[in-house]
Design a protein around this ligand. Structure first.
Ligand code: AMP
Length: 218
């Protein structure tokens, strides 16, 4: 499939009920499309983002559908820290938004991330940018991510893999790109999906099965 049709529609939730499932399993477990922002500016950010994309692809209930190139830009917060490397990934998931956030936090912890100052340096930062048509504002989780519209390092990589993406209120992500005033991005590297784990090629049926076999731990 072409990139744009694979990753371009956040509104489209797939419903899976396959011939390899029994009647009780085929209960229309939804597979939602979500976009994840990845960032790092400590250690070896390129290697950490590559590892994070691999780890994301292996989370139970998640399949990687696409990932943008890696881009460098100066930090948003305190300037006495290294430049960031960022990317955006498109996933298909059976996890709920809160379940997905727990999975992402587990990956951040596994990377060795320590809590530092606000907008401070970090080994790995994983954000849910958008999750299907979900709109959520709780102390723990805001979807769509509130920082999207000011962040070139989110908007431009997102458009690379999903040029037609829209937020749940109908705003085109491409429209956000016109108002960005932050620093231009420097292209660093394209990730080759075929170099990543075989888990990247999970079908929707396989995501549902893996999610069930994880016992709902995520
Ligand atoms: P950060 O410093 O970017 O890792 O974010 C810290 C906290 O933001 C996390 O512990 C989450 O509880 C919260 N948060 C709120 N909305 C989101 C979102 N859309 N994606 C990721 N974290 C979020």
């Amino acid at each position: 499939m072409e990139k744009a049709s694979r990753a371009g529609v956040i509104a489209e939730d797939l419903v899976v009920g396959g011939s390899d499932m029994n009647a009780s399993e085929a209960d229309n477990q939804a597979v939602s499309t979500a976009f994840i922002g990845l960032g790092s500016n400590l250690g070896n950010p390129v290697a950490q983002l590559e590892a994070a994309v691999n780890a994301l692809a292996q989370l139970p209930g998640v399949a990687l559908r696409d990932v943008s190139g890696l881009y460098a830009s100066p930090p948003m917060g305190p300037q006495d820290q290294p430049d960031y490397i960022n990317a955006v990934a498109c996933i298909a998931t059976t996890l709920t938004p809160v379940g997905l956030l727990s999975g992402l936090k587990a990956l951040e912890r596994a990377s060795g991330r320590l809590v530092t100052r606000h907008w401070g340096e970090r080994i790995l930062d994983l954000d849910i940018l958008a999750y299907a048509e979900c709109v959520l504002a709780t102390p723990e989780l805001t979807i769509p991510h509130p920082g999207i519209s000011q962040r070139r390092f989110v908007v431009e990589p997102w458009l690379e893999i999903a040029p037609d993406a829209r937020l749940p209120d109908g705003t085109k992500v491409a429209e956000l790109a016109t108002g960005l005033t932050d620093h231009p991005l420097r292209f660093v590297k394209q990730l080759d999906l075929s170099d990543l784990s075989g888990e990247t090629h999970k079908s929707d049926h396989e995501i549902v099965k893996a999610d069930r076999s994880s016992g709902g731990l995520l």
